[in-house]
Design a protein around this ligand. Structure first.
Ligand code: MEV
Length: 449
């Protein structure tokens, strides 16, 4: 990789970059490319023509020099609890929206997706070191809690009006893990917002008030008053912000034209595939990745934090001490049922959901759902993608459908014209797609023209 090496070796320390204006930042970065002028032009091509709109994007993040486009598509025909949705998805992987759409269609003829919210608690922690007697702190906890609740009223008042707020604050003694280490573990209800800012503001207030309490109360003497706050931050692990979604039908109804397996055999193979993902960590990781294909795509399209969602989902998948799949298949009394249970901390107000114009549009397309409704939509899309993957894997394999979608990516890498794309689509209709074969095909037709 000589090109990359050259750039890496020539990068000198840069000071004050964030203070440069956008154009100067772009010029500076572009100077590291071999074709500086072209790089500037190319990066500028992706600036929004409307200056005001571009400014909005510039302000989302520091050091913006351009925008990075991803396809914005939809999976129609998603029926959840009897209601039909057109689900917006932002994803670059060719087959994801196709898989979600095809599963949505498949289940729309079989009762759709059934979803329910199990709980909506969010968690935050104040981590601190305190050297006094644990029993003293424990005895004071009811009064400390009262004070923290009371002193953070100025933060919680608006949230309480919307039906949320602080649900509980517990003292967790972690001294068996780390000397003198305790936590305040707080539980929050943040209604339709993801709640990160609200939770973190409350936690920082708790930290201040905890220190004040220990300082002011007479029962805490000398060293008892010293409390080192290490940090105050929400936890992205929200096992009690949980949604469950399932699909179900008679085994006989699993028959469809996609493959030639008998319904019983298909159900049996599918159940085995789901069981393997429960017991084998290597398979579980890929299986869950297929779920997150759908989940991340809707999270992105609706302006939600997909990193938080992924981190939480994977931790939840490992809650038994071993990383397992998030789904479960059952065959009972002639019925096939497939269930996904997943924690999803989502918001439909605040943050990017109201700032990003397309996130706003996505929510509008979904009928401006509450956070709970969005949890069900996102989970159903995850299940749809995973069902689609398992259906392909246990029947005709994944490559056939995958490579068909990939054909266009390969053609684009060869700058294929519309006419060439048409010819290639026709040619590969009944053939296995590979990079090599597509390249040869393009070369051949270009020679013959
Ligand atoms: C590809 O993005 C996702 C799959 O690998 C998921 C799976 O194997 O279940 C197809």
């Amino acid at each position: 990789m000589p090109e990359i090496k050259r750039i890496m070796m020539n990068v000198k320390p840069i000071t004050g970059f964030s203070k440069l204006n956008k154009r100067d930042k772009l010029d500076l970065v572009a100077s590291y490319f071999e074709d500086t002028d072209n790089a500037i032009k190319e990066l500028q091509t992706y600036w929004h023509a409307d200056k005001q709109k571009q400014q909005l994007f510039d302000e989302f993040s520091e050091n913006t020099i351009s925008n990075f486009f991803f396809p914005y598509g939809v999976a129609p025909n998603m029926i959840i609890n009897g209601r039909r949705y057109i689900v917006p998805m932002v994803i670059e992987e060719s087959s994801v929206i196709a898989a979600a759409s095809s599963s949505a269609k498949f289940w729309s003829d079989r009762g759709g997706f059934h979803a329910k919210i199990i709980s909506t608690d969010k968690i935050g922690q104040v981590h601190f070191i305190w050297k006094g007697q644990p029993d003293l702190l424990k005895a004071h906890m009811p009064r400390i809690k009262e004070r923290l609740m009371h002193k953070s009223k100025y933060i919680t008042e608006r949230m309480e009006k919307r039906g949320g707020g602080i649900k509980d604050i517990e003292l967790i003694d972690m001294t068996y893990e780390l000397e003198n280490y305790y936590q305040l573990k707080a539980t929050f209800e943040t209604v339709n917002s993801m709640g990160a800012n609200f939770i973190n503001s409350c936690l920082e207030e708790f930290a201040t008030q905890l220190k004040n309490y220990l300082n002011e109360d007479d029962e805490f003497v000398n060293g008892d008053k010293d409390c080192s706050i290490i940090m105050a931050i929400l936890s992205n692990y929200t096992p009690s912000c949980l949604v469950e979604v399932y699909v179900e039908c008679d085994i006989e109804d699993l028959r469809n034209g996609d493959h030639d397996l008998e319904p019983e055999e298909f159900a049996w193979k599918f159940e085995k595939a789901a069981q393997i993902a429960q017991i084998d960590t290597y398979r579980a990781t890929t299986h869950n990745k297929g779920i997150f294909n759908g989940i991340d795509a809707v999270a992105l399209a609706t302006g939600n934090d997909f990193r938080a969602i992924e981190a939480c989902g994977h931790t939840y998948a490992a809650r038994s001490g071993k990383y397992r799949s998030l789904t479960k298949a059952t065959i009972k009394n002639g019925k096939f049922k497939y269930t996904l249970r997943i924690p999803l901390a989502l918001g439909t107000v605040g943050g990017l959901t109201s700032l990003h114009p397309l996130a706003k549009r996505s929510l509008e397309l979904l009928g401006n759902p509450s956070a709970e409704e969005l949890m069900m939509i996102v989970a159903a899309t995850g299940l749809a993608n995973n069902f689609g993957a398992l259906k392909s894997l246990t029947t005709k394999g994944i490559q056939q459908g995958h490579m068909k979608m990939h054909l266009f990516n390969i053609l684009n890498q060869h700058n294929a014209t519309q006419e060439e794309k048409k010819l290639a689509t026709e040619f590969f209709k009944d053939k296995v797609v590979s990079f090599q074969l597509v390249s040869e095909f393009i070369q051949d037709i270009r020679k013959s023209l």
